[in-house]
Design a binder for this molecule. Structure first.
Ligand SMILES: C[S@@+](CC[C@H](N)C(=O)[O-])C[C@H]1O[C@@H](n2cnc3c(N)ncnc32)[C@H](O)[C@@H]1O
Length: 230
């Protein structure tokens, strides 16, 4: 029997209308959907984005919703990923395709790549369906161009000691997970003496989307800050 295929689907940052036609077509027929969530008590954000596309499916599907907690402990994280990979592998070995849905795009800081590695892609076929990234979604919501001509756009996943050096060459900096380290980020950006425009977007594409000038102070995980240097 042929093995099933692992399909990574990017569902965009939040607005279901940002789903690609290919993502919708695949979601309507794939037999297994894997949609991780950060805690057992929390619904999956990615699943809520694709919910309307699943409503008029002709066939039933199986939902796998493993917990991928937001913790720093690498050993514990590997245990969670191993468990999810085992469940996905079982379906692939039965010849069933499995679609793993992920916020934004599967190739950008997504848990999809961890799962892909755990599963071992020498044995199973993998397909990636790209999605609108969170930062292009945020830029669109804020009516901002991220880059023109020879401007350099940098994408920063974490605020740490590398940031000041990276910013020296950047014309635009996209900083993810900004609510986790807002004070440190504010200090580093303030130490850059160029004029700048700072916009933060939270829950982009969702009903409670907020766009603010400057930095965010609350702890919402889906927070992105865009800094344009002049
Ligand atoms: C693990 S990364 C996922 C990135 C995603 N794969 C992508 O293509 O954009 C999570 C970070 O993406 C950003 N993000 C994702 N969705 C967002 C949204 N709807 N609004 C604002 N930021 C978002 C936030 O900075 C969040 O902390």
């Amino acid at each position: 029997m042929n093995h099933g295929k692992l399909i990574g689907i990017g569902v965009g940052p939040g607005n279901p209308e940002y789903l690609t036609l290919k993502a919708i077509k695949t979601l309507k027929k794939v037999p297994v959907i894997c949609s991780p969530r950060s805690a057992k008590s929390r619904p999956s954000v990615a699943l809520s984005i694709v919910a309307s596309s699943l409503e008029d499916r002709d066939t039933a599907y199986e939902l796998l919703d493993p917990v991928f907690p937001m913790i720093e402990d690498q050993e514990a994280l590997h245990d969670y990923w191993d468990e999810a990979a085992r469940d996905v592998k079982k379906r692939l070995e039965k010849g069933l395709d499995v679609a793993f849905i992920t916020l934004g795009d599967p190739t950008v800081y997504s848990t999809f790549s961890y799962l892909q590695k755990k599963i071992g892609t020498d044995k199973f076929k993998v397909e990636i369906i790209p999605g609108v990234t969170s930062f292009t979604g945020c830029a669109a919501s804020a009516n901002l161009s991220l880059g023109e001509k020879d401007e350099i756009i940098v994408i920063i996943p974490k605020v740490d000691q590398r940031l000041s050096q990276i910013l020296e060459l950047a014309d635009t900096a996209v900083i993810m997970k900004t609510s986790r380290h807002s004070k440190e980020l504010e200090d580093i950006i303030a130490s850059d003496k160029r004029d700048k425009e700072i916009i933060s977007v939270q829950n982009c594409g969702m009903i409670d989307e907020t766009i603010v000038k400057g930095f965010v102070q609350d702890k919402k995980y889906l927070s992105t800050t865009i800094v344009k240097f002049q």
